[in-house]
Design a protein around this ligand. Structure first.
Ligand code: FAD
Ligand code: NAP
Length: 496
């Protein structure tokens, strides 16, 4: 039996009091294969194994030589949105996984996947077992448009669509209907552009990525030829970044389709824009109004697919086909702007316009959800109320990542806010605000609880087995990996 196998089956051996597991304890190795530390060491538990969880763990381990950190993750696989959000054609972004892996393998860090906090174990139980609990479970819900027809067939949230092409088990059955010619994406952030790019990318590009095979097959059959990315405000308020617009501009076999009138006055406004926004706006202006050179003109003429921005438009209603079975279009309110710059507000003009389309993807932002009634939650902002990561009126409870800030910011932003939370925890330990003088049982008591409840955690070494299988399956079809698509399959590989 391999070391891994022994470790995983150790769960049962341990609770049934088997001499084999007790032997392992006596030989100075705990269930994660790491030497146990002093029971007096400060023990911190992190909920969520995405970037926030790993960066918070990294900060804690680095700041104090005695802190032990356990990360509890709902899925059997780590890395959160780095695995299930970041676009498959952006593999370089996923290199952060190497840093997270180093953290997970640190002698004072342990990973427990397949543990759904709030269901398998409560936050109060974690608080009893650890000196501090850091909530880093991200933003797994999505903002709703709140318009009639939102639940019609053919309308999807970007969260689900992204989860589908990235192999998130809960989105496996989504089966988006790609049989129409025009798709409308609402929202103009980077997620919207990820979705537009995936819908329009030539298959030759996608098939070399870790996009799931079912998504690749569905996209191969897709009839979508035109994608409109709709925003409620104007070109100088667009939420995406220049790199993502440039990728659209350069996407093979596509041409832009903009409305020149929507750029009225923008050239004059350029001089007052901050530099990054200015460069981005210049690129849009050039794409919308510039006269393409001969080569670009030829490229555009040959292109079979179209993408475009539409500005000053808010969703009013998703229109149904005559059978009321699926969407046939969207009614948009025409807006004007009140104020200027980043804070300009969209105000309805009273005018509406209908766009015919068979696919609507709402990409107006993710949203954190409460997971445990004992944890304070600000429903209006959809965050855990906190100051510098310290959860308000809840000693020993902290938060980091999107749960702390709301669902904005790239991985580097999440890293910084997670380091800040780590710093707050350490400051509280150092100052005595967080009492770490009495020993706490940490994972020992939680493991016993989970075992009683029939929950078998997936350790980081078990994830490495899943990882190896995925990479092997990918190699066979010249992809970096072919993801396992169900929790059952993941657990099966983890337990081999
Ligand atoms: P998450 O990454 O969501 O991690 C939260 C983790 O908590 C998940 O693993 C989840 O399974 C787990 N969890 C949830 N509930 C529970 C529970 N009850 N118990 C235990 N665990 C739980 N940034 C970039 O820099 N570059 C990009 O290209 C990029 N692309 C993106 C694409 C998309 C579609 C999205 C949505 C975001 C993208 N980002 C990108 C932003 C980046 O993903 C976020 O900044 C970052 O993932 C936020 O980290 P987090 O840990 O707070 O949340
Ligand atoms: P986002 O950047 O906040 O964009 C949300 C979009 O939805 C905005 O255009 C916003 O318009 C619009 N919106 C919000 N509420 C609306 C409503 N009620 N009606 C109509 N439109 C509405 O969010 P995101 O695209 O989900 O991205 C989340 C974060 O992940 C961002 O920080 C993003 O940069 C990051 N990310 C990065 C990458 C990358 O680096 N490649 C890729 C994906 C995601 P207003 O501006 O008018 O509010």
């Amino acid at each position: 039996m391999s070391g891994h196998k022994l470790l995983f089956s150790g769960l049962k051996l341990w609770t049934s009091g088997s001499s084999k597991w007790i032997d392992r304890l006596h030989h100075g190795v705990n269930r994660t294969g790491k030497a146990p530390f002093s029971s007096c060491n400060p023990k911190v538990c992190i909920v969520g194994g995405g970037p926030a969880g790993f960066y918070t763990a990294q900060a804690l381990i680095k700041a104090r030589q005695d802190v032990e950190v356990d990360i509890y993750e709902r899925l059997p696989v780590p890395f959160g949105l780095v695995r299930f959000g970041v676009a498959p054609d952006h593999p370089e972004v996923k290199n952060v996984i190497n840093t997270f892996t180093q953290t997970a393998k640190h002698s004072r860090c342990s990973f427990y996947g397949n543990v759904n906090v709030g269901e398998d174990v409560s936050v109060e139980e974690l608080q009893r077992a650890y000196h501090a609990v850091v909530l880093s479970y991200g933003a797994e819900g999505n903002r709703r448009m709140g318009v009639p027809g939102e639940d019609l067939a053919g309308v999807y949230s970007a969260k689900d669509f992204v989860g589908w092409y990235n192999g998130l088990p809960s989105c496996r059955e989504l089966g988006p209907d790609l049989s129409c010619e025009t798709a409308v994406i609402l929202g103009q952030g980077n997620v919207a552009l990820d979705v537009a790019r995936i819908l329009l990318s030539p298959l030759d590009i996608l098939k070399k990525t870790d996009i799931t095979q079912p998504a690749l097959e569905a996209l191969a059959e897709s009839k979508v030829r035109r994608v409109l990315v709709v925003g409620r405000r104007g070109p100088t308020q667009i939420a995406c970044t220049i790199k993502e617009i440039r990728e659209m501009v350069n996407l093979p076999d596509t041409r832009p389709e903009m409305v020149a009138a929507e750029f009225e006055g923008i050239t004059e406004a350029l001089k007052d824009l901050p530099r990054p926004r200015k460069r981005l706006t210049e690129l849009m202006l050039k794409t919308a109004l510039g006269i393409p050179d001969e080569k670009e003109q030829e490229r555009r003429t040959k292109a079979s697919r179209i993408w475009g921005f539409r500005f000053f438009r808010s969703p009013v209603e998703i229109l149904a086909d005559p059978d009321h079975k699926k969407t046939s279009g969207i009614r948009l309110a025409v807006n004007r702007l009140e104020g200027s710059g980043e804070t300009a507000r969209a105000v309805l003009t009273g005018e509406v316009e209908d766009v015919t389309c068979g696919l609507v993807i709402s990409s107006i932002g993710y949203k954190s959800l409460p997971i445990d009634p004992s944890v304070p939650f600000d429903s209006s902002k959809a965050i855990v109320p906190n100051s510098m990561g310290r959860v308000q009126q809840a000693a020993g409870l902290y938060c980091s990542g999107w749960l702390k800030t709301g669902p904005t910011g790239v991985i580097a932003t999440t890293m910084n806010n997670s380091f800040d939370t780590g710093r707050s925890v350490v400051e509280d330990m150092d100052s005595g605000t967080l009492d770490v003088s009495a020993g706490k049982p940490g994972s020992q008591s939680i493991s016993a609880l989970l075992d009683k409840r029939g929950v078998k955690p997936v350790l980081f070494s078990d994830w490495e087995k899943i990882d190896a299988v995925e990479v092997r399956r990918g190699e066979a079809i010249e992809k970096p990996r072919e993801k396992l698509l169900t929790v059952e399959e993941m657990l099966l590989e983890a337990r081999k």
